[in-house]
Design a protein. Structure first.
Length: 237
């Protein structure tokens, strides 16, 4: 195998691992209307041992969100898991993150329905992104509903970037340059909250926005966020 082939094989393995780690989050109104989707991942809180769902803070409601499992029940409906109540932190230039400790007790009785779902949880510490390391994210994403001869469907595609270069870092955000042409807002929409990792799978940040003019993707730093302190506050409240 040539060096180029090894690079492609390693990139493919990383994308595969990130798509398994990254979940889709559906946001529903009180009228049971789908209001949008974002992405996120599960983090294993070492203090409480409860899975914590982490995503971007912008446009994130405190309630009404569900994790899409990509599995269907016997009626063809997608199985979704209640994502619980989110603590949302958002101030455009300072912070953009939300998290929820999954309310396991709400669906524990029906856990057999989710047999076969691999709820991968990230258990390592969050890493400070390195300018010398390539970075990536990947999520099975959705376009908006379209209508065909069978009714309304949601086209699915793999939204990803590999080999991203960290070109700038401030106290709160990482700025990545994709190694290909910027794909545009429609392509990245719904990927907000997706974890960004280096080639070893160490997560540094979550995708929050993109700048088409500059061709840059902006990510909120998890390594510089006092995550455990907020989790402890959440547990006591």
């Amino acid at each position: 195998m040539t060096q180029e082939e090894r690079i492609h094989a390693n990139a493919g393995a990383l994308v595969d691992a990130l798509t398994k780690l990254t979940f889709r989050i559906a946001k529903w109104s009180k009228q049971q209307k789908l209001e949008g989707r974002s992405s996120g991942f599960l983090y294993r809180n070492p203090k409480t041992h409860r899975p914590v769902l982490i995503t971007a803070g912008h446009k994130m409601p405190k309630n009404g969100c569900f994790i899409e499992t990509r599995m269907q029940d016997d009626k063809g409906h997608m199985l979704q898991i209640n994502a619980g109540k989110f603590k949302v932190f958002y101030k455009q230039s300072k912070i953009d993150v939300a998290f929820s400790e999954l309310p396991i007790e709400l669906y524990q009785k029906d856990i057999e329905k989710y047999d076969g779902i691999d709820f991968i949880q990230y258990q390592a510490t969050f890493k400070n992104a390195d300018t010398k390391e390539p970075h990536a994210f990947a999520v099975v994403n959705n376009y908006e509903f379209t209508k065909d001869e069978n009714g309304y469907v949601v086209p699915v595609y793999l939204c990803y970037e590999v080999g991203m270069e960290l070109i700038l870092q401030d106290e709160n955000f990482n700025y990545f340059k994709p190694n290909r042409e910027f794909q545009g807002d429609e392509y990245y929409e719904g990927a907000s909250g997706a974890p960004i990792a280096d080639s070893d799978g160490a997560i540094s940040s979550i995708l929050v926005s993109g700048d088409k003019t500059e061709g840059i993707l902006k990510a909120f730093r998890l390594d510089n966020f006092d995550f455990d302190a907020h989790l402890n506050t959440s547990s006591k409240s």
